[in-house]
Write a protein that binds this ligand. Structure first.
Ligand code: URP
Ligand code: ZN
Ligand code: ZN
Length: 463
């Protein structure tokens, strides 16, 4: 089947909302036309009356199979990308991890192997630099040429992923020269580790102390420091998983100065809080991630940041660990709870709920979840929009359906939902990935291996 026609829907992109029919041929969008003005024929016609027709989501921050804290994130590329498709996401950008002492290329190759032949949707990679040194710095321009144009550094996790300020500065200098983008996990990990040790010595071992020691001020301080280092290096900066209002203020100040500084937040920081981390009977472990969930008061600053464009992207940081057998590793010591939350399936719906709740407009929904992540990471307009020439990654979205989020019904390979029992308005109905239907009226009809690696260009907000 090569020609598909989607009729009668409201097409929403970051730029426009228009009632239009969409013609798809050979995996690409070829034309849009006002309803009933065209006489196109097609092998398949999808009726989208009363529905939205939106670009497939681009989730620029996932961790399938991430090794962390002595275990592995529970979604494989197969299960995680299938769940992403269920949730209306058609592209993920995952993180290949450089093992200390090995090359960046070896890390990338290892992650390519994990993904190859297993993905339901398209995928790309960033690289986590665990070890910034002469050799890995030399590799960065070559990776950029090969479509891996962003590098994550950590100011947290001393002894694991941590880079010191000198290493960060050097990586930023190379990225700045070569057109790469540094993604920063901005938390002062050295100070946090002191507070962890002191908390444990006081017998404060419950999950909620994870949130207490990872102070908002230490996120803000690291964010500020990362911005100054990027200025010195003459490099752009993308700060991942921003959760503290003080960190948003640092980003806003930098952007007011005209600096090429960008910020990402995640649904968990917009919808969950330290109240969840404080749930009794170790249930709080389900909500342990870094940066941590914050008191509810921080949410207003995050929503405001998304409206004012001081924050540009919402990704999931999908990094699931089962409650039984994985989060358990930290019973009696919160610092041993594997960090991360599931969410790749929930992002598009939760952000639609934000539209319903009046936090953002429909076009802003598509901008922060599809178009901007695609532009930020060099995938636009192949991904992130519905326009002639774009990949036909398209979601038929029912804005009137209601659903209750639950581990009973989700497709992520994890034994709990961070949003268990939450009712949201809106649901993915049908999903096309490069013109092929992978979710057909809430039935999975895709298969592992149809997703392909997508080499990326440079960040499209620079130069
Ligand atoms: N965020 C988190 O808690 N886990 C995933 C790794 C990271 O993004 O730092
Ligand atoms: Zn991180
Ligand atoms: Zn992450």
């Amino acid at each position: 089947m090569t020609r598909t026609l989607i009729t009668g829907g409201l097409v929403i992109t970051a730029a426009d909302e228009l009632h239009a029919d969409v013609l798809i041929e050979h995996g690409r969008v070829v034309a849009l036309a006002a309803p009933e003005t065209q006489e196109w024929t097609a092998d398949r016609v999808i009726d989208a009356s009363q529905k939205y027709v939106i670009p497939g989501g681009v989730d620029a921050h996932t961790h399938m199979e991430l090794p962390f804290g002595g275990t592995f994130a529970s979604d494989t590329f197969e299960t995680g990308t299938r769940a992403a498709a269920w949730g209306g996401t058609t592209t993920i950008v995952d993180f290949a991890v450089q093992v200390k002492g090995e090359s960046l290329h070896a890390g990338l190759n290892a992650w390519m192997e994990k993904a190859d032949g297993n993905c339901a949707i398209d995928y790309a990679f960033h690289v986590i630099m665990s070890d910034v040194n002469e050799t890995t710095l030399r590799e960065m321009p070559k990776l950029i040429e090969h479509g891996v144009s962003s590098f994550k550094l950590f100011m947290a996790y001393p002894g694991v992923f941590f880079s010191d300020d000198g290493q960060i500065l050097r990586a930023m200098q190379v990225a700045g020269d070569a057109g790469g983008l540094i993604m920063m996990h901005a938390e002062n990990g050295i100070a946090i580790d002191v507070l962890v040790e002191q908390a444990l010595a006081r017998g404060e071992t419950d999950p909620r102390y994870h949130g207490e020691v990872r102070k908002a001020l230490l996120e803000a301080e690291a964010t500020h420091r990362a911005i100054q280092l990027a200025r010195v290096a003459g490099a752009p900066l993308y700060v991942v998983h921003v959760s503290a209002q003080e960190a948003v203020a640092e980003l806003a100040a930098a952007r007011d100065m005209g600096l090429p500084v960008f910020g990402e937040t995640c649904p968990q920081y917009l919808f969950l809080s330290t109240d969840n981390l404080a749930e009794p009977d170790f249930e709080g472990a389900k909500y342990v991630c870094s940066t941590p969930l914050r008191p509810k008061e921080h949410q207003a600053a995050l929503w405001r940041g998304l409206r004012t464009n001081d924050l540009q992207v919402v990704s999931t940081d999908h990094c699931p660990f089962c409650f039984v057998g994985q989060k358990d590793l930290g019973r009696g010591d919160f610092s041993k709870i594997p960090n991360g939350l599931p969410g790749v399936e929930n992002r598009m719906d939760l952000l639609h709920q934000a539209v319903v709740d009046g936090h953002i407009s429909r076009r802003r929904w598509i901008e922060i979840a599809c178009a901007t992540p695609a532009r930020m990471f060099g995938l636009y307009p192949q991904k992130g929009t519905i326009a002639p020439g774009a990949d036909a990654d398209v979601v038929i979205y029912d804005p009137h359906a209601t659903q209750t989020l639950s581990a009973e019904t989700h497709h992520m390979n994890v034994d709990y939902s961070a949003y268990e029992g939450k009712t949201v308005t809106g649901q993915v109905e049908t999903v096309l990935s490069r013109g092929e239907v992978v979710i057909d009226q809430r039935k999975y009809v895709g298969h592992a291996g149809r997703g392909v690696f997508v080499p990326r260009g440079l960040c499209q907000y620079l130069g």
